[in-house]
Design a binder for this molecule. Structure first.
Ligand code: AKB
Length: 322
């Protein structure tokens, strides 16, 4: 039995991961931690406990941990890359003060912690193709700065205090459930919405801007598998490259057009997002994750697109949005 607190449970990853964890650990408590104004609704609210939990409030996280006997925290609270450029101090506050409060509670109560890193933790000096697991990490965005610091601090708490911290570097994540907000990779989700709604898509990144992308079911599985991995096999902890597809906008557009033939897209690059995307890798090498905990992505571009289109159509017509 596991008792898990998901902080940021109503966000892009949290809304799906919380449900997946509830399925995976049916006898335990999987607590949906949310902030005021982002309360859980529907299945997320009804399928298990939820608690207001600002990631920066260590006392509150401690209280919730005691109440439910929490043994694992998924710390998903984050300001994504494009918003972080506009609000750098807020990004620092949520990412860093939030992480410290989670790690302090974890240290005191023997809790395992997953705090995701990202392709954003790399920068223009990093090898862009087959980006190695251990390489230069000198990001030029505030988001990236906080993600490198997250990796370092998480390793520090493991080495210094024995806290069981583990994580993965997420690619841009594509999902039909909850829209992302404020990220550089968000276009890869928005493009599907435009296609299904019969709208022209205005792409905020230039053709040829490659980055790693992943379908959400693979990302959820990675989040659970890394926390289940045999610790004696882990040579790395914070954080593992995980890869699935290296995509640029034209590839996504052409693939979607195979299923939505009239779909149209034009390019209007956003300078902030373009600069961030240009500083990120094209394609990470995830061989360490494969060797150390058996990671393997299941979805490719075609399988993802077929599933996204079918599920998004069903969702939007259910919501009366088509
Ligand atoms: C973003 O675009 O900021 C995130 C990420 C790749 O970490 N989706």
């Amino acid at each position: 039995m596991k008792n898990i607190l998901v902080i940021g449970a109503t966000g892009q990853i949290g809304s799906e991961l919380t449900m997946k964890l509830r399925e995976a650990y049916p006898g335990g408590n999987v607590v949906a931690g949310y902030i005021k104004g982002a309360e859980p609704k529907g299945d997320l609210l009804e399928s298990g406990p939820s608690e207001e939990a600002d990631v920066r409030d260590a006392a509150r996280i401690g209280e919730i941990s005691d109440k439910y006997g929490i043994d694992t925290i998924y710390n998903l609270a984050a300001i994504l890359s494009a918003t972080a450029e506009k609000k750098p101090l807020l990004a620092w506050d949520i990412q860093m003060n939030g992480l410290i409060s989670v790690l302090e509670v974890a240290k005191e109560k023997g809790i395992s912690v997953f705090t995701p890193s990202s392709i954003g933790s790399f920068g223009p000096g990093t090898p862009a193709d087959d980006t190695p697991q251990d390489t230069i990490q000198r990001p030029t965005s505030m988001y990236g700065v906080t993600k490198v610091a997250t990796e370092l601090l998480s390793d520090y708490y493991h080495v210094k205090y024995g806290v069981d911290t583990r994580s993965v570097r997420f690619p841009g994540l594509i999902s039909y459930v909850t829209l992302p907000g404020g990220g550089t990779s968000d276009y890869s989700v928005e493009i599907y919405y435009a296609a299904i709604r019969g709208e022209e898509f205005v792409c905020p990144l230039a053709a040829g801007t490659y980055m790693d992308m992943m379908y959400m079911p693979d990302a959820l599985r990675a989040s659970i598998e890394i926390m289940e991995a045999d610790p004696s096999r882990l040579r790395h902890r914070n954080s593992f490259n995980i890869a699935s597809m290296s995509l640029e906008p034209q590839m996504l557009y052409e693939k979607i057009r195979e299923y939505v033939p009239g779909f149209r897209m034009r390019y209007e690059p956003d300078p902030v997002k373009q600069a961030i995307a240009d500083s990120w890798p094209n394609k990470m090498d995830d061989s360490c994750a494969r060797e150390e905990w058996g990671w393997k992505a299941e979805y490719d571009l075609d399988a993802m697109t077929v599933d996204m289109i079918a599920r998004l159509k069903a969702k939007l017509s259910r919501d009366g949005a088509l």
